[in-house]
Design a protein. Structure first.
Length: 299
């Protein structure tokens, strides 16, 4: 069996990812009633797997999803999936879905059989590497606002992407690579699948609320502490953001990536800023830290 395009773990079996499917009745699909998490495998080892599992377990709890597997079983499924796939560097998605109700047409979420599945594909760069090299050009979405936290909890990684997809269309139409959204008070939140950082007066700032608390974000903040770079989680207004000295994104699927243009502003001579470069380098260096990685037992 070749899993070079990826593999999935479904109902206890590892299968080619192209054969993985869920029911059209699944509330994960019809209601976005689902949570997921994405961990990466880099050169044969999971990075911070326990942190991703922590977040995934909390997310399932918050949504009252019970997939009938405990943390150890979920971890074992992920390890088996990647080990069987043979993928050396991978994007590994774990999913918990509400599932299909036993009573057709019911609105009662308790009638659904929740389920877990996972899939792994060759490592994905949310921002393509050539764009990351050149520096990302982002817009701040003008009109649409990020779904408010009191409507959908953004700390639970989710498939409610209506706001972000619409904002992406606006950004791509206007010639940008991607976009960031503000909250209903006008503060910067995040972009489609990444957290955002602004360097202002030598300090690395990132939004404190209204966004997913990314593991890459956590890593960046730890790197700042380690390197002695001042950092803070705080509200960032549009004006502050547009006047930043450096901006960068961070996500599991690609790590920190420099932003060189925001709206009509060109940052740092159109190249990555010095703090961004230092943080980016350290992020990848940390993939050799024994306390943060877990080797995949390939079969
Ligand atoms: C996954 C994701 C991020 C980045 O989180 P990481 O844990 O660093 O990958 C940021 N925002 C959203 C909306 C996401 O889905």
């Amino acid at each position: 069996m070749s899993y070079s395009a990826g593999a999935a773990w479904m109902e206890g079996k590892v299968i080619p990812v192209s054969e993985a499917k869920i029911s059209v009745f699944d509330w994960g699909l019809t209601r976005s009633d689902i949570t997921y998490d994405v961990v990466h495998v880099w050169e044969g080892a999971f990075f911070r797997l326990e942190d991703y599992l922590d977040r995934f377990m909390i997310s399932m709890d918050k949504l009252r999803l019970d997939v009938g597997m405990d943390r150890a079983e979920i971890k074992a499924a992920l390890v088996e999936l990647v080990a069987t796939s043979g993928l050396n560097s991978a994007y590994v998605s774990m999913v918990a879905s509400r599932g299909t109700p036993q009573i057709a047409g019911t609105r009662d979420p308790r009638a659904c059989t929740n389920h877990f599945y996972a899939w792994a594909v060759p490592f994905i760069w949310v921002i393509p590497q050539e764009v990351a090299q050149r520096g990302v050009h982002i817009s701040v979405e003008e009109n649409l606002r990020r779904i408010p936290p009191h409507s959908v909890d953004p700390t639970v990684k989710n498939y409610h992407w209506g706001d972000m997809t619409a904002a992406l269309f606006n950004a791509l139409d206007a010639g940008y690579d991607t976009t960031v959204l503000r909250d209903t008070d006008g503060y910067i939140t995040e972009g489609p699948g990444f957290n955002i950082f602004a360097v202002i007066d030598g300090k690395v700032l990132t939004p404190r609320s209204g966004m997913l608390e990314g593991i890459s974000r956590k890593t960046v903040l730890e790197i700042c502490v380690d390197l002695g770079i001042p950092c803070a989680e705080t509200d960032i207004s549009l004006d502050e953001f547009l006047s930043a000295d450096e901006i960068f994104t961070a996500t599991t699927a690609g790590g920190p990536v420099p932003v060189t243009r925001v709206n009509t502003t060109i940052l740092g001579n159109d190249t990555a800023g010095p703090l961004t470069a230092q943080i980016l380098q350290t992020y990848w260096d940390w993939h050799n830290r024994a306390d943060l990685i877990e080797k995949v037992p390939y079969v």
